[in-house]
Design a protein around this ligand. Structure first.
Ligand code: G1P
Length: 276
């Protein structure tokens, strides 16, 4: 039986050190682009892709995320019946449309470890992963919706990719593979943050994944890799060796909102769109 994707995992335990001091006491996922925190963009993208269960892997100091997707009695009582309520319309509608579950990653042992920590929320089914600091915008379907469409056809793990300059490959997971349809590759190799010389291509993975649930068993066996962390890239390589991974050149634009440059670009782009 074909399984559909209903759950989206958000690894959100990281410290956000590239944004210190802003992230000293505030989760990086709560940084606002215009008036909306990054994680809300991610949740909207997941909803747009048909996911109604948001599974969030948090850590210490991340309670603001839970509070954001909950009722704030005092505030809501205060503005009840005023035009200010309009500002809460979107987040209220999100809260009505999906469920949120949380678990804590106690130690920062890497993205692979964060995803494995989320197993308890996801169970034995294929699921999506969104890294909220990669903000994706597109004219038509959201990036995750595009990937869910592809999953329906292939039933394999999928990573979203984009071409980057060779001087940038050491910031990403990088793939190589055979193009089986325009913009769709069957992955045969992938490596986490390679040097320019080691990189098999300039096709870089961005923070959108669809994973089949066998990834959890693989992650349990995955040894620490780059930076001593358990890497999702290494676990995906295992799946790729069995032809289990596709890479998809998504339609749209991704902003690295974990960096000041990307964050400012995203802010400007969304602001300009608002003013159009
Ligand atoms: C993570 C992944 C990397 C991927 C990147 C996308 O790295 O480990 O493979 O390319 O996200 O944003 P991070 O940016 O968390 O160091």
């Amino acid at each position: 039986m074909k399984k559909i994707i209903t759950k989206c995992l958000f690894p959100a335990a990281g410290y956000g050190t590239r944004f210190l001091p802003a992230t000293k006491a505030m989760p990086k996922e709560m940084l606002p682009v215009l008036n909306k925190p990054l994680i809300q963009y991610g949740v909207e993208e997941a909803l747009d892709a048909g996911c109604h269960c948001m599974a969030i892997v948090t850590g210490r100091g991340k309670r603001a995320i839970e509070d954001h997707f909950d009722i704030s009695y005092e505030l809501e009582h205060q503005i009840q019946g005023t035009d200010k309520e309009a500002y809460l319309k979107d987040v209220r509608s999100i809260m009505e449309s999906c469920t949120f579950s949380y678990t804590r990653q106690k130690e920062m042992l890497g993205l692979g470890h964060a995803i494995l920590t989320g197993e308890t929320l996801v169970g034995n089914e294929p699921f999506a992963v969104i890294l909220a600091d990669d903000l994706c915008v597109s004219e038509q379907d959201g990036v995750l919706a595009q990937m869910v469409g592809l999953y329906k056809k292939y039933q394999k793990s999928i990573v979203a990719i984009q071409e980057v300059a060779m001087s940038e490959v050491d910031k990403y997971g990088v793939i190589s593979g055979r193009e089986i349809e325009e913009g769709i590759y069957e992955v045969d190799f992938m490596v986490e943050k390679p040097s320019m010389n080691e990189a098999p291509s300039n096709l870089a993975v961005i923070g959108r994944y669809i994973l089949t649930p066998d990834i959890f068993d693989i992650l349990r066996e995955t040894k620490p890799g780059k930076k001593g962390e358990i890497q999702i890239t290494d676990a995906l390589l295992k799946q790729a060796q069995n032809k289990g991974v596709l890479a998809y050149k998504f339609k749209g634009k991704r902003y690295d909102c974990g960096s000041i440059d990307g964050f400012i670009q995203a802010t400007n782009a969304l602001y300009n769109k608002l003013k159009d």
